[in-house]
Design a binder for this molecule. Structure first.
Ligand SMILES: *[C@@H]1O[C@H](CO)[C@@H](O)[C@H](O)[C@H]1NC(C)=O
Ligand SMILES: *[C@@H]1O[C@H](CO)[C@@H](O)[C@H](O)[C@H]1NC(C)=O
Length: 395
């Protein structure tokens, strides 16, 4: 073989190798040039409603942008809504993180309707990685001691293999943990939920993570060692399919210079992002998660966190008048059981009524809601006649 042919063969090999590398499905660079924008599919992140102003600090060397800094305060997080249609099988999350001081707190938390699904957190210098299925059953966990280094950039990539349940943890490109105990095999994870960077969503006692974050990626694959090494390429504009144009306004807030997203619009243009299912409340809306939070926010209610309650029948075929001052509000539900469960989980709810939705109205409502639930903050008189209605108080 002459040298020309050899170099040609080598070139072919290289092209094939690189085209086999599987890249991330989503990339949120989280820099001063992109902030919440996603650059592969346009699945933009949601910024906390109270705060669209962020501190940006020196970025990861080689990434041409400054890095988003989460300060560890309440409201210092970013949410990524996942609204996939098919369950998640192989998956990986990857992030560059610069802990400010000793690393501590929740880095990533993926919460679905039914509860936590993925949690990556540092507690007492142990990095905990946990996966649960849609029933809240643990489907794999591992802990790596002394992994993240304070006040320096760390690349962390965690993957879970569908076939075996195997968990791999890479730190700065090196495989540091590879564990396949007796984890249940072939358990898919829910594809709908919200991923939060920098803090837990449900476990309120957990500390938030203080640090700089750059280039958060989500893979629908378990990257090989080569793919892990190549993951940083996707953090650079050359690989992006979308080049966001972000207008940042510099503001001094409490003496700290922040970049504020001037033209931030809640990304609701993706029709599947908004949790619409809870126009009519069903079991899926009830259990903690994105939809329940959306439902509470919409009605201006707060979460009650009750797991059990007993209800007494106060009146049959009668309910309090719709102008009763103890009325918190009302909503459509699939059945009466949903009303009692909702009352338990709405802060301040002491009583509820459930009335049948007339047949002709049922057909108009998209989900055929059968019940109108009203929730009350006190046990009221029930002077209004309504056939089929029931009125309960919490004991
Ligand atoms: C973003 O940060 C880089 C430094 O990493 C700077 O050169 C650039 O001007 C900044 N861009 C914006 C839009 O603030
Ligand atoms: C609602 O009920 C109507 C008539 O019974 C039916 O055709 C329709 O498919 C139902 N819609 C849903 C979302 O279940």
């Amino acid at each position: 073989m002459d040298s020309l042919t050899r170099s040609f063969v080598f070139l072919i090999g290289l092209v094939q190798l690189s085209s086999c590398l599987k890249g991330p499905k989503y990339v949120w660079p989280l820099g001063n040039t992109t902030v919440h924008r996603e650059v592969m599919s346009g699945r933009d992140a949601h910024l906390p409603p109270t705060d669209q102003c962020f501190v940006f600090s020196d970025g990861y060397p080689g990434f041409p942008y400054k890095a988003l800094t989460l300060t560890g305060e309440a409201g210092s997080f970013v949410d990524f809504y996942m609204r996939g249609k098919t369950d998640l099988k192989d998956l990986a999350v990857s992030v560059w993180v610069y802990p400010i001081g000793e690393p501590e707190g929740t880095l990533v938390n993926y919460l679905c309707e039914t509860g936590n699904v993925i949690k990556i957190a540092v507690l007492e210098s142990l990095l905990f990685v946990s996966f649960w299925d849609e029933y809240g059953v643990s489907v794999g966990a591992t802990a790596v001691p002394e992994l993240l280094v304070a006040d320096t950039w760390n690349h962390l990539l965690v993957s879970r293999q569908f076939e075996s349940g195997r968990i791999q943890v890479f730190h700065n490109g090196e495989l540091v943990d590879d564990i396949d105990d007796d984890f249940p095999n072939k358990i898919p994870l829910p594809a709908k939920g919200s991923m939060r960077l920098g803090s837990s969503q449900k476990d309120k006692g957990d500390p938030s993570f203080k640090g700089r974050f750059a280039c958060f990626q989500f893979y629908l694959a378990t990257p090989s060692v080569e793919e892990v090494k190549a993951s940083g390429d996707y953090c650079k504009p050359l690989k992006w399919k979308i080049l966001p144009e972000i207008a940042l306004e510099t503001q001094a807030i409490d003496g700290v210079e922040k970049g504020c997203v001037a033209d931030y619009v809640e990304p609701s243009d993706n029709p599947d992002v908004e949790p619409k299912e809870c126009e009519v409340v069903d079991m899926g809306c009830l259990v903690s998660g994105v939809n329940w939070n959306w439902f509470l926010r919409k009605n201006n209610w707060k979460s009650g966190h009750r797991d059990t309650a007993y209800f007494n029948l106060v009146a049959r075929d009668q309910i309090p008048s719709s102008s009763d001052p103890s009325l918190l509000g009302n909503f459509l539900a699939m059945d009466t059981k949903i009303c009692s469960r909702s009352c338990m989980r709405i802060k301040g709810c002491q009583a509820y009524s459930a009335s049948p939705v007339p047949l002709e109205e049922r057909a108009e409502s998209a989900a055929n809601a059968t019940t109108r639930c009203a929730v009350y903050k006190r046990v009221a008189e029930a002077p209004q006649a309504l056939p089929g209605a029931v009125y309960f108080s919490m004991r």
